[in-house]
Ligand binder design. Structure first.
Ligand SMILES: [Zn+2]
Length: 304
């Protein structure tokens, strides 16, 4: 150092200070981007930007699952399980063609609370399947909360109720509804539901009566919908739900060929673990106007 002339030394110190200043700017920028990611996941995940997708994926994989606090019971002999069927979870508009399909938020909340008070615990179809076939645990009073089609009201009204209970739902998603931001679920919102522990299953691409379409369309609606959901959300999509509950022999064969483990109908009753019922699982329709007490006694009447 003793040999370095003072003006060279000064130049080196200035260069070092400039480098430190540049580093500080970079650190500040990185912190800002990271903060923005976390604070704007709803908006970010609604856009196809790379950074939005990354934030949404992170949101979909929480360190501790919000449904991890449930008492999952223990393995045991396979038994029938009630799969509840919901659609829109908000007030029916005055001109609703099918007002029964609407369950108000207050009704939904009262129904879920009544189920909990009666000792029920919500599980996913995968958890039921694992109990039936893979020696997994299941609560003594298990119930599946399945919600069809993919409505914004499910996100706005069903989500907070279930989240407070630490319960998952099963979303039977019609892919076309992902493009209806006014009343449907955007991909970003689906990822938020997944982060809450919701299971995503297929309800076709465009919701046709599958008994009326040709073979190519049948295959696309059944198999391609599964692949598209798998690609979009990175989940197995092991279960299928027939639009309007309509199926025939060709539909059953297409669902099995697409690799689904099981499928749900609108046939009333408990879902049966028998192999013969695998692709025609019953459900319990919950209409608007059903009180929590009525729902509980309905399930108890079915032996669940
Ligand atoms: Zn439907």
């Amino acid at each position: 150092m003793s040999g370095t002339p003072p003006h060279i030394l000064r130049r080196r110190i200035v260069a070092l200070l400039l480098l430190l200043a540049a580093l500080a700017v970079v650190v500040a920028l990185v912190a800002k981007i990271a903060g923005g990611d976390d604070g704007s996941s709803v908006q970010a995940s609604a856009t196809p930007a790379k950074h939005g997708r990354r934030a949404a994926r992170r949101a979909a994989r929480p360190a501790v699952s919000p449904t991890a606090g449930r008492d999952m019971g223990r393995p045991g002999p396979a038994r029938p399980v009630p799969i509840l069927m919901y659609h829109v979870t908000t007030d029916p508009p005055a001109d609703a063609p099918y007002p029964d399909l609407y369950v108000r938020r207050s009704e939904f909340e009262e129904q879920m609370q009544a189920l909990k008070d009666a000792g029920y615990t919500a599980v996913t179809q995968q958890e039921v399947w694992d109990f039936w076939h893979r020696g997994g645990p299941l609560p003594e009073r298990a119930v599946v909360v399945s919600i069809d089609d993919g409505y914004l009201s499910n996100y706005l009204n069903a989500r907070p109720v279930l989240k407070r209970l630490g319960w998952p739902a099963v979303l039977n998603l019609e892919i076309a509804n992902l493009q209806q931001p006014e009343w449907g679920l955007t991909p970003g919102k689906v990822r938020e539901l997944m982060a809450d522990g919701w299971e995503i299953d297929s309800h076709t691409i465009t919701h046709p009566d599958l008994t009326t379409v040709d073979a190519a369309r049948l295959k696309a609606e059944v198999a391609d919908s599964r692949r598209r959901l798998q690609r979009a959300f990175g989940v197995p999509v092991n279960f299928f739900c027939y639009p309007a509950g309509r199926y025939d022999d060709a539909t059953l064969a297409a669902v099995e060929a697409a690799g689904y483990l099981a499928a749900t109908t609108v046939n009333p009753g408990l879902a049966d673990p028998d192999e013969g019922a695998r692709f025609t699982l019953n459900r319990v329709r919950v209409n608007g106007g059903t009180s929590g007490a009525t729902l509980v006694s309905q399930l108890q009447g079915l032996g669940a």
